[in-house]
Ligand binder design. Structure first.
Ligand code: TNX
Length: 528
């Protein structure tokens, strides 16, 4: 069988340069650790990912979280999450109090922080820690930074000895782009709610603020649709390789949306149209031009399926499905795929996409589509997601539409790191950490005006992935690289600095049980 691997063979072999581990460091910061700005190795102001806009340590100053430390928050959800986390690892009570404490942590919506809803200011003095923001999203982001200033053990699920020291200083921070996303393909293999929540926790730590869920494909339909129930019950019954299928009930989906929302993440649901639809075509014979339902599909070939663009029932189907998804989704975007419609004639593709986009608008949402969508007429608000392997695509660059940058040869988390990587594909090349990091989304696509870039996304396709361990191994450490491209000002872009900051994440992932790829490009601390 021809697979994607055979489709694009230009795969540059990156030779991973072995970097010797830096000075041995211990994961147990304490008074013996070097004095100055750091509460311990890898937890200083110079170890935060994504790099903040400005971080100024106060030499010699530190705050210590103790059994007396209390927490105040103007955003109850953000405060509760952080206090819960601290209680688990420190064993301290960390009471939530009604006004900013004298000795403690204050998360305050004071306004006046430059940089918008997601911006924050963080100040650590000997007396306490204060995060200020305009909106809860900013406080959430500030807390993620604060977590990286704490000793590694602070993210443990069990009580650890401490001490719980935070280096003194001030951080002022806000994002480069409003859209910073990860994508999870739950169609090729299904991942249950718990696995999606686990990934949400992991990506939120790096200030990712959108999770694109690829909910339907040839191999499976993963969301219950009341008006077309067989999509989920039959179309969702299998997966790649004959592995078990599954689908989200509407209650499951709402649970994911709420969980994500509490972590500053907007869900972007994708129903891939008009290709990548075998699961739907298998579920309902009337969606096929010949009226015959094909069998369910468990291979990884692409481009063979298409909805029947000449049948009116197809548009009823599309409108009802998108209507139900829109009703479940508080975020502004509906992703309608549009990629690799190799079995749809170009004219039919354009006509179909025009109507599908009208449906999206009719349900009050903004269209996102893979970049092929620019071949159809799009409303001015439509967003194209670039997934090409080159830096040249005039049709996308000149479309006058916002673009999400997810170039496959840089940001596809399902590409292997090296020829030996046990998971993943290679059609877009091998992607080592440096390849994932070392590009500029604002200047990557030739001719695309910088202001047209809405942000970045790191898609994770799941043809070869079955478990959370698999997800984590492919996403870490590349996801934080893409997250940094989305958040940090480009003037902070520096591979040598990044790899040191990234190295400091290793012990955190180890503490959290995240199964990451120990790239030889990164000087991981000993023992991580
Ligand atoms: C391309 S990128 C696809 C997916 C595959 C992926 C595998 C895009 C829009 N389509 O259907 O899962 O490659 O890497």
């Amino acid at each position: 069988m021809k697979t994607r691997n055979a489709l694009i063979l230009t795969c540059t072999l990156m030779v991973a340069t072995a970097t010797s581990a830096s000075a041995p460091v211990s994961a147990a910061p304490g008074p013996e650790t070097p004095a100055g700005n750091s509460a311990g190795p890898g937890v200083g102001f110079d170890a935060v990912v994504p790099a903040p806009v400005s971080a100024v340590p106060t030499p010699g100053v530190r705050y210590r979280i103790t059994h007396k430390t209390a927490l105040y928050s103007d955003a109850p959800e953000v405060g509760t999450q952080f206090a819960t986390r601290l209680r688990r690892s420190t064993g301290y009570p960390i009471p939530i109090v009604g006004k900013p404490p004298r000795d403690g942590i204050s998360l305050r919506l004071t306004g006046g922080v430059p940089g918008g809803d997601e911006a924050y200011r963080l100040e650590v003095t000997a007396r306490g820690i204060e995060v200020r923001a305009n909106r809860p999203a900013g406080l959430f982001n500030g807390v993620q930074t604060l977590r990286q200033l704490l000793p590694y053990a602070a993210d443990s699920d069990t009580v650890r000895p401490g001490p719980w020291t935070v280096p003194g200083g001030r951080i002022t921070d806000s994002p480069r782009y409003p859209y910073r996303a990860a994508m999870l393909d739950v169609a090729r293999h299904f991942f249950p709610v718990a696995a999606v929540k686990r990934y949400i926790d992991q990506i939120a730590f790096y200030k990712i603020n959108h999770l694109h869920l690829h909910l339907s494909d040839d191999q499976g339909w993963r969301i219950a649709i009341d008006s077309w129930p067989r999509l989920a019950t039959y179309g969702g019954s299998t997966a790649v390789g004959g592995d078990p299928g599954g689908h989200f009930t509407k209650a499951d989906y709402r649970e994911i949306v709420a969980y994500a929302g509490a972590r500053n993440i907007t869900i972007v649901p994708e129903i891939d149209l008009p290709g990548h639809t075998n699961a739907a075509l298998a579920s309902y014979a009337e969606l096929n031009c010949d009226g015959v339902a094909p069998p369910l599909y468990t291979g990884i070939e692409v481009g063979f399926s298409s909805l029947c663009t000449s049948k009116e029932i197809t548009y009823t189907f599309v409108d009802q499905v998108l209507g139900e998804i829109a009703a479940l989704t508080p975020g502004p975007y509906l992703h309608i795929g549009g990629d690799e419609a190799k079995s749809t004639e170009p004219a039919d593709y354009r006509a179909f996409m025009a109507r599908a986009q009208a449906s999206v608008a009719g349900h009050g949402k903004t269209v996102v589509g893979w970049h092929e969508i620019v071949q159809a007429e799009t409303p001015p608000t439509a967003v194209a997601q670039y997934w090409g392997t080159t830096q040249n695509d005039d049709a996308v660059a000149n479309a006058g539409r916002k673009v999400i940058m997810s170039p496959a040869s840089r940001s596809y988390l399902d590409m292997k790191y090296n020829p030996q990587t046990r998971l993943g594909l290679t059609w877009a090349g091998l992607i080592e950490v440096k390849d994932a990091y070392d590009w500029d989304p604002g200047a990557y696509l030739t001719g695309l005006p910088a202001e047209q870039v809405l942000g970045v996304e790191a898609p994770l396709w799941s043809e070869t992935l079955r478990t959370s361990d698999d997800i984590e191994f492919m996403a870490f450490p590349r996801l934080p690289a893409i997250a940094e491209l989305g958040w940090s000002p480009y003037r902070t872009h520096d591979w040598d600095a990044f790899k040191r900051r990234l190295a400091a994440q290793g012990p955190r992932w180890k503490t959290m049980g995240v199964d990451y790829y120990r790239s030889t490009q990164i000087p991981w601390p000993a023992g991580s």
